[in-house]
Structure formats: C-alpha cells, structure tokens
Write a protein that binds this ligand. Structure first.
Ligand SMILES: *Cc1c(COP(=O)(O)O)cnc(C)c1O
Length: 443
C-alpha cells in the first residue's frame, strides 16, 4: 500500500493513544513505519530512524531479535493458545520456574520461604500486572483478618498504567484529573526525587503508616526510576527504607518494575539495586522483548498462601490470554538472550557513556536542566512546563529530521534505547540527541 493511502485510512479511522486527534489529523505528517530491525525503524520512504525510545520502552533487545522471532515461530507451530484456568502448558510452567529463579531474593539463604517470590500470575501487559497486584493485596487482607486494609500509599508522579485501578494508584495529575470521580482513594506522598529528597518522602510514608497503618493494603512504587513522570531517578535507599517500614507495619510492598525490570537500570531488577524483595513484583514491557503483549505479577509465598483453602478464597481474576504460550515462549527466550549475550554486562559498559553525554549536553547547551542517567536511561529537561509543554515536541521534530525517533515526555527529552544497541549506533544516537537539543535550545 502507498504511504499516502495508509495515512488517509489512518486519519479517517485510527484513534491514536496519547494524541490530540484534531491537531494530529490537521497537521501531523506521521512517521509510517514499515519495518524494524535491531535499534532501527524504517519508514515508507525507506528512511532509517534510530529508535531512541525502544518503541515505548519495550524493545530492549532491539527489534525482531532473530532468537525471539524463532522462538515465536517455533511456538506458533505447536501451540498458539490455550486457557490457563486449571489446565497448563510447558511454556507457562517453565517460564514461571525461570522467573522465580532470577527474581529478587532468589537463592538467598537469608530470605525466609514466606518472603520468596515463588508464584507467578500471568496477564497481558503492564497495567494488568499492576491491576492483579492491587487485587491480590486487597483480597489477601479481606480474607485474612484485616478487611479494613483497603488503601494504597503511592508516590506523586507515579505511573502504573491505564486501567481504572492502575490509574487510581497513579500520581500524574494530567492522567488522573478527568477520571477523578471514578478512582478509589489513595494516599499520595511526595516523590523521592522532589525537593527535600527521599528522606522527606519517606517521612511521609512513615507518618501515613503510623496514623493510618491498619487501613493500608500496601505501598506501590516504581523502584529507583519513575518513568512516565519524566525519568525521575531517585536513591535506592528510599526503596530500602520503605521495605523496612512496610515489614514493620506488616503491610505489602508492590514493586512496579514494568519499566525498570530486566536490565533497564543496569541491574536485573531495580529492586536488586536496593537489595529489596517486594511482596508483589509487576513485569511486562521488556519481558516479551517488544514482540507481543505479555505481563506477569510475581507474588511471595505468603501472599499466595492467603488464597489457599475454600473455593471462595481463590483469586477470581484472569484474562483470555493469560499465560499465552507465544508470549511465554518469547519471554523464556528473552531471559536466555539476556544470559547468553550478557546484556547486564553490555549495559554496564555503555551506561557511563549515556551519563557523560547527557551531562555534557547540559553543560554546553543553554536552557537544559537536570541531566540524569541510570543504566540505559538518559534524560534532561528543556525549560519548565510539564507534560503539556511543547519544547520536547520541537526536539522531536528536529530529531526526526536527523533520523531519530525521540518521543519526549512533555519538556523532558530522554532516551530508552535497546540495551544491546551497538556502540556505533549509540554514538549516532547521542550525537543526534545533542544536535537536536542544540538546534531547539539555541533558538
Ligand atoms: C508502561 C508502564 C505501565 C503500563 O504498562 P502497559 O503495558 O502499557 O499497560 C505500568 N507501570 C509502569 C511503571 C510503566 O512504565
């Protein structure tokens, strides 16, 4: 199909996510992607774009990694789907065992059995992985003697996904406001990256646990980086302190590692940077390597044991595609590629270059603020203005002309490229970002 025909159909019928559609239809000449490979996207005119954003943070091993494609095709040739309610299949069983064997705390003698992340619940994406965790925590308390524990503590700027439950525990005002009346009540504490630092945020967590402790079902957080808030990086010490406080209050810690999980920060899990084992751990995005939607929620043996017994105590939750064999097979191969290609080692080697590049940009380009980096995340702010600011989008346009797909978060310009991006592509990416920022900020 010709590019123009695709755009015509698109503008007539496709409703795009996170997109002001009137302006899009009137003004946007969209990137029409026809192919992807490694760190690159290719458009309908044959132009190549470096995928600075990992196609919304999922493409951690590059596009169409040959081993992932093969795992998908092989699996599709034997079993593409079956339900998972009370029946099972090899990909789901083996992936669960493999995830448990690499989860935070795995194999550590000092982690008691009840705290081990030993149980894997499957769903479709990051939002559902969070939704599952919320329901597990709420139902656990409802049927284990603490029915008043229904509130969650969450951070300002938190992003946990799109469903109404996940939006309720979110903290980005722009995404919450309009749905206000539909959302359940949560306690927001300041973000640990805000002024006052993690200590102030932690003091609020402690105060809330002290004053309302017995109404708290759990604390949910994105460990070490709040992604959608604009790549806000904070000290692992906060995660550690919240872990200790939630243990002391005997309530749950839910780690949403949908973005950070599987190497983005340099560690396998961001929880590992804090040496923390959460009660519930949400994974998606990188888990299926950008091939298809897939999500999991890992639960501790304690959480799981709260659902044993009478039929009425089971978790009545499950999506049609729960544990989909294609997703599970690809996720298994993702874990294998991480191991075989030493992806953590690759990140450790490349991360200092990302950090140095963003620091240099902030030093040499006027108007840039707060350069920050961790693992394969680099970010910088271009003036103020928050999520609806236009400055990031001017950089997006400048980058596009240079062959870079660089979607911003408001006034935050960031990169989340493939973790295995080749050195020369990373150079090209960092220079492209720098030149684009210089063009826009220099105006
Ligand atoms: C992207 C994201 C989600 C939502 O995941 P989807 O797969 O888009 O539903 C949840 N939590 C965090 C931290 C995320 O970055």
């Amino acid at each position: 199909m010709e590019r123009a025909d695709i755009v015509t159909l698109d503008k007539r019928h496709v409703w795009h996510p996170y997109t002001a559609m009137e302006a899009y239809i009137a003004e946007t000449d969209p990137l029409v992607v026809v192919r992807s490979e490694g760190p690159y996207l290719y458009d309908a005119d044959g132009r190549r774009y470096l995928d600075a954003n990992g196609s919304w943070w999922v493409s951690t091993l590059g596009h169409r990694h040959p081993r992932l494609v093969k795992a998908l095709v092989d699996q599709a040739s034997t079993l593409a789907h079956s339900a998972l309610a009370g029946i099972t299949h090899e990909p789901a069983a083996r992936l669960a065992a493999e995830l448990v064997s690499v989860a935070p705390g795995a194999g550590r003698a000092d982690v008691p059995t009840e705290h081990r992340l030993n149980r894997v619940f499957y769903s479709d994406n990051g939002s559902t992985a969070v939704e599952v965790a919320i329901k597990m925590a709420a139902q656990y308390w409802a049927q284990n003697g603490r029915p008043q524990r229904t509130r969650f503590i969450t951070l300002s700027g938190a992003f946990h996904g799109e469903t109404v439950g996940a939006t309720s525990v979110g903290g980005v005002p722009e995404f919450r406001e309009v749905f206000g009346p539909l959302l359940f009540d949560v306690v927001h504490v300041p973000a640990p990256s805000e002024e006052g630092g993690w200590e102030r945020a932690f003091a609020e967590v402690q105060r809330t646990l002290r004053e309302h402790g017995d109404s708290v079902a759990g604390v949910i957080l994105e460990p070490v980086i709040q992604g959608a808030a604009g790549m806000q990086i904070y000290s692992p010490a906060f995660v550690r302190a919240v872990r200790e406080a939630t243990r002391a209050a005997d309530t749950f810690l839910i780690a949403d590692e949908v973005f950070t999980g599987l190497g983005r920060t340099g560690a396998r899990f961001a929880c590992d940077l804090a040496d923390v084992v959460p009660d519930l751990l949400c994974l998606a995005k990188a888990l299926s390597g950008g091939l298809l939607p897939f999500g999991t929620t890992l639960a501790s043996e304690r959480v799981f044991s709260g659902f044993l017994g009478a039929k009425s105590r089971a978790l009545y939750y499950g999506h049609s595609y729960c544990g989909n064999p294609l997703g599970a097979a690809v996720a298994r191969e993702v874990l294998a590629v991480y191991r075989d290609e030493d992806v953590p080692g690759q990140v450790a080697r490349k991360a200092p270059r990302v950090k140095a590049a963003f620091e240099r940009m902030a030093e040499t380009i006027p108007g840039l603020e707060r350069p920050r980096a961790l693992g394969m995340v680099g970010a910088v702010d271009l003036g103020s203005g928050g999520y609806f600011a236009n400055s990031g989008w001017r950089v997006y346009e400048a980058a596009r002309r240079r062959g870079l797909y660089l979607r911003p978060l408001g006034n935050t310009v960031y990169i989340t490229p493939a973790l295995n991006i080749p050195d020369e592509s990373l150079d090209e990416l960092l220079h492209g970002v720098e030149d684009s920022l210089r063009e826009v900020a220099g105006r």
